[in-house]
Ligand binder design. Structure first.
Ligand code: NAP
Length: 254
């Protein structure tokens, strides 16, 4: 029987960057659970994610790419399009963080983070939107922002700059592309237990400070982000444009 749920993603193809682990892996699986086939983009093998998607009887292909390499961006979208013939959803998830005092923060740690977290997001989105516009696809772009899109953070200058910019860029792209039936939105994860936050989780003092401030009283599990990405990838969000949706256990409500 056909599933008429507005959250149904049957026959859609979604590109997810950084799909080998953490939030990217969880979002790729959540999108596949909703029916989508997935283009897994990563610099590390996405074989584990691919096998979970196959267990869900959905298709996946893998594109190996280092998003720190500017030459790779347009080629990723081209290859995904060639292999699938159809692009519906782009989740710009891959991201890195570097920690140092602002007084000591180096240019390499600035450039590396801005290239992956911001510049690749823009140029992947641009290449994707060109394909979607040419095909007349009703497309969805979902960027991954952060609590540091709203707050200053500490010792993570380039990360805060990149994630604050991701929220602004999401609004700009929504302004330019909503009329072309391309919805651009973002998700701002709160504190999730992944590799990205391993240093914070391991720091007893910071860990208990963070936990004490989360109204839900726990770190997010990667699966907690699945509902938000499916919503923003589906027709249920057709009239949602330019928002950054916090998924944070109430962190920003404090
Ligand atoms: P993670 O476990 O460290 O995953 C990051 C992903 O990005 C990995 O797949 C990683 O690949 C990939 N990646 C990094 N640099 C790349 C590059 N140059 N080329 C290709 N792929 C690259 O962290 P996560 O928590 O799942 O982070 C996912 C996104 O959520 C990031 O944008 C992060 O900033 C954001 N976020 C996370 C939290 C949180 O609490 N965890 C909160 C707010 C926002 P490798 O495994 O090969 O390094």
């Amino acid at each position: 029987m056909k599933d008429h749920s507005p959250f149904n993603l049957d026959a859609k193809w979604a590109i997810v960057t950084g799909a080998n682990t953490g939030l990217g892996q969880a979002m790729a699986i959540a999108l596949a659970e909703a029916g989508a086939n997935i283009v897994l983009v990563g610099r590390s093998s996405c074989a584990n994610t691919a096998s979970e998607i196959s267990n869900l009887e959905r298709k996946s292909i893998e594109i190996n790419a280092d998003l720190g390499d500017k030459q790779s961006w347009a080629g990723i979208i081209e290859e995904a399009h060639q292999q699938t013939g159809q692009l519906d959803i782009l989740v710009n998830n891959a991201g890195i963080i570097r920690r140092n005092d602002a007084l000591e923060f180096g240019e390499q740690d600035w450039d590396d983070v801005l290239d992956v977290n911001l510049k690749s997001v823009f140029f992947l989105s641009q290449a994707f939107a060109k394909k979607a516009a040419a095909a007349g696809t009703k497309a969805k772009i979902i960027n991954i922002a952060s609590m540091l899109s709203y707050q200053g953070g500490i010792r993570v200058a380039s990360y805060t700059a990149s994630k604050s910019a991701v929220m602004g860029l999401t609004r700009l792209l929504a302004n330019e592309w909503s009329g072309m039936s391309i919805n651009v939105n973002a998700i701002a994860p709160g504190y999730f237990a992944t590799n990205n936050t391993a240093a914070l989780q391991a720091d007893e003092k910071r860990n208990s400070e963070i936990l004490g401030r989360i109204p839900a009283g726990r770190w997010g599990n990667p699966e907690d982000i699945g509902g938000a990405v499916v919503f923003l990838a589906s027709s249920a969000s057709n009239y949602v444009n330019g928002v950054t949706l916090p998924v944070d256990g109430g962190w920003l409500a404090r």
